[in-house]
Design a protein. Structure first.
Length: 196
């Protein structure tokens, strides 16, 4: 678990990484050497419309490197959105989700997912036939999804049919948790988000 002070440092690092990229000055976050999965989400302010979200589900990079790569990519490489311009930075909020290692959810019947997935606590990864998709824990409550909708949307994110989660013989569903830190206004106060 990270302290609020550490969370603030991570969110500020995400913003600084994007600003530094615009200024062609490489940014390096010191400390945070442990390998962790992380996502950086960029939302519009004040309406919270998504502007970019990219990250690493698995702990393959040290957190200091992963944060910088994810932030730069969320700002410029998310194929769903136009890249941010430097002047957009005053109109967006940065959010950092530090992930636990995904663990396989083992079931004998697809209905058992209901008991094993906690909405508002668990994020999901769906994997089948080389396709893989992830939804962060905050997505389900933000969109008022129940467990079935959450599984269906995760499968769709992976490019699979929405009911692929019922095919327990071939699909793998993983769950993970996230510690989420976010700005309340651009370049402003940073909080740990627990109520989503």
């Amino acid at each position: 678990m990270f302290s609020l002070a550490q969370g603030k440092e991570l969110v500020q690092a995400a913003r600084k990484a994007v600003l530094s990229k615009f200024d062609n000055k490489p940014f390096k976050l010191k400390g945070f050497e442990e390998k962790r999965g992380v996502f950086v989400t960029i939302n519009g302010y004040p309406d919270h419309d998504l502007k970019g979200c990219i990250g690493f589900p698995e702990p393959v990079f040290p957190l200091n490197d992963a944060i910088v790569q994810a932030a730069e990519s969320a700002a410029s490489l998310d194929p769903r959105f136009a890249p941010l311009e430097k002047e957009d930075l005053d109109k967006v909020l940065f959010e950092v989700s530090v992930l636990t290692k995904p663990e396989l959810v083992e079931v004998k019947d697809a209905k058992e997912y209901k008991e094993k997935i906690k909405i508002g606590q668990d994020g999901l990864v769906a994997e089948q036939s080389g396709y893989k998709g992830l939804l962060l824990p905050q997505v389900a409550p933000e969109h008022k999804m129940d467990w079935e909708e959450f599984l269906s949307c995760t499968c769709e994110k992976a490019g699979l049919p929405s009911d692929a989660w019922k095919d327990i013989g071939s699909i793998k569903i993983y769950k993970f948790q996230a510690q989420i830190f976010e700005e309340t206004k651009p370049n402003g106060k940073i909080i740990e988000s627990k109520d989503f």
